[in-house]
Ligand binder design. Structure first.
Ligand code: ATP
Ligand code: MG
Length: 176
């Protein structure tokens, strides 16, 4: 199973995130735009995991949830990762000490439990478009800042279904 830990916005929050995606699309000549149902923020990517290890992953998520309460996450800026040629992965970001802390704590517990973790620094991001190319001289306009009310942490599975990526919730814990 291909797994990752994530934050998942509510339907209403997703609609606000889509305003950023629309502005980006207006400034672009090409891109593969994330469908609304796939909008998320990865906290830790786990990769291919044997199903018998899922129990340990649930326990790790439960431990981390005990270390923090619900919080608001403000997303208010574009960012991008370089791709092939001029193609970029564009995302929505914002500074979030809480999300960074959760990602860190997850990383520590994963390592202690023998899981491989990503060594790159955590960049809070919600992917808006992949393989995106802006029109020459175009700059995407910002939309209204989005506040995500984070009340749950998720363990998600990434599946390929008829050529599309689909994310299936495996487990979640509430923050109190
Ligand atoms: P696709 O690979 O079909 O474009 P995807 O990247 O969204 O879709 P996955 O590759 O399964 O799907 O990744 C699930 C989540 O984990 C995504 O948010 C992705 O950006 C993130 N992710 C994937 N690989 C890594 C990695 N090596 N390090 C950190 N995060 C990753
Ligand atoms: Mg991928």
């Amino acid at each position: 199973m291909r797994l990752f830990y994530a934050l998942v916005p509510s339907e209403r929050e997703k609609r606000s995130i889509l305003r950023w995606q629309e502005k980006l699309e207006r400034a672009s000549e090409a891109g593969r735009y994330t469908p609304s149902e796939n909008l998320h923020m990865t906290l830790q990517f786990l990769g291919e995991i044997p199903p018998e290890r899922v129990k340990a992953l649930k326990e790790i998520l439960l431990s981390v949830a005990r270390t923090c309460g619900p919080f608001d996450l403000a997303l208010d800026d574009y960012g991008w990762f370089a791709g092939k040629g001029q193609e970029r992965l564009w995302y929505l970001t914002g500074s979030s000490p809480e999300a960074a802390e959760i990602s860190d704590t997850l990383g520590q517990l994963l390592t202690e439990n023998g899981f491989m973790v990503e060594r790159r620094a955590f960049v809070p991001h919600v992917t808006l478009a992949r393989r995106c190319k802006l029109r020459s001289n175009a700059v995407p306009e910002p939309a209204e800042p989005v506040t995500i009310s984070v009340q749950r942490l998720w363990l998600m599975e990434s599946r390929q279904i008829r050529g599309s990526t689909v994310y299936v919730p495996v487990f979640h814990v509430g923050l109190v």
